[in-house]
Structure formats: C-alpha cells, structure tokens
Unconditional design. Structure first.
Length: 665
C-alpha cells in the first residue's frame, strides 16, 4: 500500500468546513411582547439545541465526498503479485545480424536460442523481435502471437553491416520510454569488442528494463582479411597500373597467405605473402590490371578460408577510358590562355586530359568539364545551353576577363561582375593572395600563391558562391559556385600574360591539374566506401532521375525514389551501379567495415557489468518485474461521484421538509 502524491492529504483539513456550516444553523424563536423586564433577574442562558448538529446523514455525505476527492488526488495504490501470464511483461528479442554473425553458424545458433525463449513464454505474454547491425530494425509489434514472433526470428538473415551495441542501446531506451509495463531484453550476439561504444555510459538502459545477454561464441578467433586496397579509380594505361593491398591478421599466428587479383570474375594474378602474428603485410600487383574499356569489377581476395570468409575479398571498381576531352571556349582572338592551359596539362596530366578548342555548334555535353575563358557577349541560346549543361551535372572553369566584365554577368551563373581592381605593373603596389582555403581540393597541395602578382582583377559579387581565395584588398579571386547538380570554378583574373604572372609561377601547374581533377572527378582513389555508407544521389530537387542497381542487379529505388531521393544507404557489399539521365554510368564498390574482422569478444566482466547495471536500473523503476501497482484513485473518484449524487438527493429532501414546515406554520 502506498500513496503517489501524499502531500494531497493536507486537503483533509477541508473536512472542518461542513462541520462549521452545520453549526451555523440559527435557533429561531417566536418573540413575545412584554410590558417591562425590570423585575426579571439578569442571567446568561445557553441553547443546547442551537449547538446540536442537525441533518447528520447530509453532514456525513458531505464529509465523505471531500475525503474521497482528497484521497483520489493523493493517488493511493496497492502492490499485487503478477499472474504467471503477466510475470515477464514485454519481452524484446534483439538478434545480432552483423557480418561477423555469418561465421561459424553464429546467426543460426542465435535464432535457435531466441526461438526457445519464445517457446518458454506463458500464454498471453507479449514480445517483439528486433535485428540489429549498424542500425536497429523492429520486425514485429508487441504481440502475444508467438507464431508471428517465431516467423520473424526465422526471417533474419546475415548482413554485411557492422554491429553497434551503442546504437542498439539507444533504440532500446526509446522503446523502454514508451512501454507502460516491465520490459525484459534478451540479447543474442557474439559481443564483439569493436562493437562497443567509446563510453560505457552509452550502453545504459532506462529504469524498469532488464537485460539478459546470450553470448554466441565462436570457437575460432583467428581471422585474416584484406584490410584495404589502393588502386586507380581511372585507368588509362593498363601496362602502368599498380594495385596495392594490405593483408591484416587478428589474433592470428605468423602464416603465409595467398592473395589473388580478379577482374570481372577472372583471376589475373596471384601473390603469396608472409603475414606476421596479428600483424599486417603489403602485397603489390604491377602491370596486371588488363581491363576492357568502361567500368570493371575487380577484387583482391584471400584464397585460404578462415573464421570469417565474408571479409576475405575486397571489391573495387576501375574505369578504363581515354583521356577526357576538356572543351575550351573563348571569345577573344588571343590564344594566350589556351597555350598556357595546354602546356600545364601536358606537363602534369597528359594521360588524364586533353584540351580541345570548342567548335561552333558543338554541344557542351561532349565533355566532362569545359573551360570558358572571357567569352564576352554570348548569344542567349548559348548561355542557356551552358546553364543547362552545368545544372544537369556538368563542370566549368570560368576565367573572367574584360569582355565578360563588359556584360556585367558571368554566363550560366547568377553572379554579377561589379568593376575592376587595378595595380601598377611597374611598381611594388601589386595585389597578392592574402587568404586561401587550403583544405579545398583545388588549393590543397597547389603550391604557394603568395608570390603571384595580380595587376587586374574583376570584382565579383559572390552571393551564394563560396570564396576560396581573396586578395589583400579583400577582392574575391577564386570562387566555387553550384547550379543544380553541377559546379563551376571562377577565376577573377584573365590568363593573358598581362593581368597577372600566374601562368609563369610553379603554382599554376598544380592549380590546373587539381582544378580539372576536381571538376571532372578524375583520378579518385578507391577503398574508402563501406557498407551502410550514404551515397549522395543529387544536390537539388530538380535533378534528373537516378537509376540505382544493387549488387544483385535489382533496382534499389522505386520510381518516385529515383526521381526525388537525395541519398541512398549502401546496405549490401559488392558493386552498385548508378545511371543518370544524360550522364555516364558510375560503379561504386562497397565493402564490409573491417572492424567486423576482429572477432575478439567483449570481456566477460563488461557483459556482467552491463547486465548488472540494467538490473540496478530496473529495481529503481516504477515496478519490480514480479509485482505490479494497482491504482485505487479511479475507484475513489467513482465513490465520490456516488456520494455527490446521494448528497444532492438528501439535501433536496431536507429542503422540502423545511418548506412544508413553514407553510404549515
């Protein structure tokens, strides 16, 4: 027996109010006229009748009404033992389906143990089934249909996800907060050490939630894996291709491992490497990456089976193609900019790019990137074509000069040219770069720009564009702008040999190479994409639809999702294909997070501490798992309503009697 809000008992002081009101009843007597009172002795008399309580039943009903209301607000309850069917409360079955559970029949054993728990539940007991990896998936609602729970358990299949016990604990806390009954969590997992969060506090559960850990152990802990692969994303000359792989061992003895290189399913090279105990070794494949034009599906894989075969291959995609043709468009008769750019490309990336002057009427879409050098006044149709090209995913390097400044606008972009900054060539009062974003891909490793002298720079209102570099007079020199799915790099000073000496500086070579690499997305390296990473499909709502094929060759998006989804989670290992309207097909390889390769388990004391911490939270919860609180306030409110109705009826009876007595007098 207890009270939820005992301070409401102070309201029992209101019981004095009906007593006081009943004592206030006045004694009425009929006055008698007398000639004189001088011969009467003065004395004080008391009326016993005036002090007597009348209407006892009415008084008791009023006292009962007030007492019941006060007690109801105090929220009394009694503890009761749970019935057998109620004793377990809600049972949550959380089954680990991460990549490591595919080894040594771990997931099958976890499903079997979970099915036994469901069989042991008494009739009427409710449960829910969850599977978890990097995220938690709720497979059923709270149901007492044990057949439904068994079917959900059988439906769980191993995934390529990484397990996250911290993410699971967060999901369990959310479920515990909305539950109005005791909750028991049965966790079935191999409890990898790598799946633990950085802080143990992230594993805590809410009050009233009990945890039962079922450790699914594997007999074999030694595991080797291909930890990473370094290979060219873009392949121009197969004879010079170089593939490097790192083999790592976890809890392994020193051993010799055989590694193969496969291209489109065909084995093309084999290497043998000695891996130290629980160490790493590097293996290199030189000149053996003969692939056809287009994207090739490649992998470096271990031959010998081990504790976890799912992480033995490492996938990567290679695109063999001729050098990209970068279109060059200029409205001036001077060829200085073209010669400077052509020389820089030939010196830094001749196998990646070729510079080609744009012929009249040639479509912008014929190249992955274009260079527009001070075109001057362009026809409206040409401006719209350039804008459409950028919006649909194209890239442009726009070099601003006097002819473009005379129009006041940058073609294809909503940016205004607002004037010119000059400096004397024969003096030391030239302009210099004073601020640059060295983290930007164009500036990273592109040399020092502080030594470059600028004599003529056109002032551009950046608007929504990002300023990458500024001069010492705060004029934006290099800007990054986005339009739809495309991007543009804007240089606010012409490459004519007079406005600046940038083409004569060493930084110019790196600037041209890095700018074209960034604009055309060429030369990317592989090995950084893992399962469950999010891949951006579009940057704007107006972009064209993207067709996505998962590693099984099935469409991963519905028609509406393909037209509007901003990103997709790569939830399967293997090769994903992305097809954009009017653009080249892309292939991306997703690999298992290599933290799953370490099969070392959580220490037993950590698992015991986790269970003990959950038990401590449960005992401080609203109810123990074998007892429940029965609230009495609804019954008290019901009795109060009955007392109110009785009080009204009794009061009306007394009122009728008084009126009849007055009429009889």
């Amino acid at each position: 027996m207890g009270l939820g809000a005992p301070f409401w008992l102070a309201g029992l002081g209101l019981l004095a109010l009906p007593l006081w009101l009943h004592l206030l009843k006045r004694h009425r007597s009929t006055p008698q006229f007398f000639s004189s009172l001088m011969f009467f002795e003065r004395s004080t008399s008391a009326s016993v009748r005036q002090r007597r309580l009348d209407y006892i039943l009415l008084l008791l009903l009023r006292l009962a009404l007030l007492a019941l209301i006060v007690l109801a607000f105090a929220r009394p309850f009694v503890n009761r033992a749970l019935l057998p069917a109620e004793r377990t409360g809600l049972t949550l079955l959380a089954i680990d389906s991460s990549a490591s559970m595919s080894a040594q029949n771990k997931l099958e054993r976890a499903r079997e143990e979970a099915a036994k728990i469901v069989d042991s539940l008494p009739p009427g007991a409710r449960g829910r089934v969850l599977s978890f990896g990097s995220t938690t998936t709720i497979l059923t609602g709270a149901t007492d249909a044990h057949d439904e729970l068994q079917a959900a358990i059988r439906s769980i299949r191993p995934t390529a996800s990484r397990s996250s016990l911290g993410g699971l604990a967060a999901s369990l806390r959310n479920l515990g907060r909305i539950a109005d009954e005791p909750v028991t969590v049965h966790l079935f997992s191999d409890l990898q050490r790598s799946s633990m969060p950085p802080a143990f506090d992230e594993l805590r559960l809410v009050a009233g939630m009990a945890l039962r850990v079922h450790r699914i152990e594997g007999k074999e802990k030694a595991n080797w894996t291909i930890e990473s692969v370094n290979a060219p994303r873009r392949l121009l000359d197969p004879a010079t291709a170089r593939v490097e792989a790192v083999v790592a061992g976890f809890n392994t003895p020193a051993a010799s491992r055989t590694i193969v290189l496969r291209v489109n399913g065909n084995q093309v090279a084999t290497r043998t490497v000695q891996v130290p105990a629980s160490g790493k070794a590097r293996v290199t494949f030189d000149g053996g990456l003969s692939v056809p034009y287009g994207f090739a599906q490649c992998e470096v894989a271990l031959i010998e089976p081990d504790a976890l075969d799912a992480d033995n291959p490492f996938h990567f995609a290679v695109n063999r193609a001729d050098p990209d043709k970068i279109l060059f468009s200029s409205g001036t008769s001077s060829n200085d900019a073209y010669l400077y750019l052509q020389t820089a490309i030939g010196a830094t990336a001749p196998t990646l790019f070729t510079l080609q002057p744009m012929a009249a009427g040639q479509p912008w879409t014929a190249a992955p990137a274009v260079i527009v050098s001070d075109p001057g006044a362009m026809a409206q149709a040409e401006v719209e074509a350039l804008k459409t090209y950028i919006r649909s995913g194209g890239a442009a390097l726009i070099i601003v000069g006097p002819a473009m400044a005379s129009t006041g606008r940058i073609p294809g972009l909503d940016l205004a040219v607002q004037g010119t900054s000059y400096a004397e060539r024969g003096s030391d009062r030239f302009l210099q770069v004073s601020e640059a974003d060295q983290a930007h891909p164009v500036m990273d490793g592109a040399g020092r720009w502080e030594s470059v002298r600028f004599y003529q720079v056109f002032r551009i209102n950046p608007g929504q564009a990002k300023v990458i570099a500024r001069l010492n007079d705060a004029t934006p020199l290099l800007l990054e702008a986005h339009l739809g799915e495309g991007k543009a790099l804007i240089l606010a000073s012409p490459l004519d040999g007079r406005a600046n000496d940038l083409p004569l500086q060493p930084a110019f070579l790196q600037f041209v190479e890095k700018s074209l690499r960034w604009l055309s997305a060429a030369g990317e390296r592989v090995g950084l994409v893992t399962v469950d990473d999010s891949y951006e499909l579009r940057q704007s709502d107006t972009a064209a639809a993207v067709e996505v094929l998962n590693p099984a060759g099935q469409r991963a998006l519905t028609v509406s999702e393909a037209a509007g989804a901003k990103a997709i989670a790569l939830d399967q290992k293997g090769f994903w294909t992305f097809r954009r309207t009017g653009a080249r097909t892309e292939v991306l390889a997703a690999n298992i997070d290599r933290r799953e390769s370490d099969l070392e388990e959580m220490p037993a004391e950590s698992a015991e501490l986790w269970q003990g911490d959950a038990a401590a939270n449960q005992t401080t919860g609203p109810a123990a798992p074998d007892r429940a609180q029965r609230q009495l306030w609804p019954w008290l409110l019901g009795l109060a309503v009955a007392a109110l109705l009785a009080e009204v009826w009794v009061a009306s009876k007394h009122l009728n009697r008084e009126q009849q007595a007055k009429e009889g007098a």
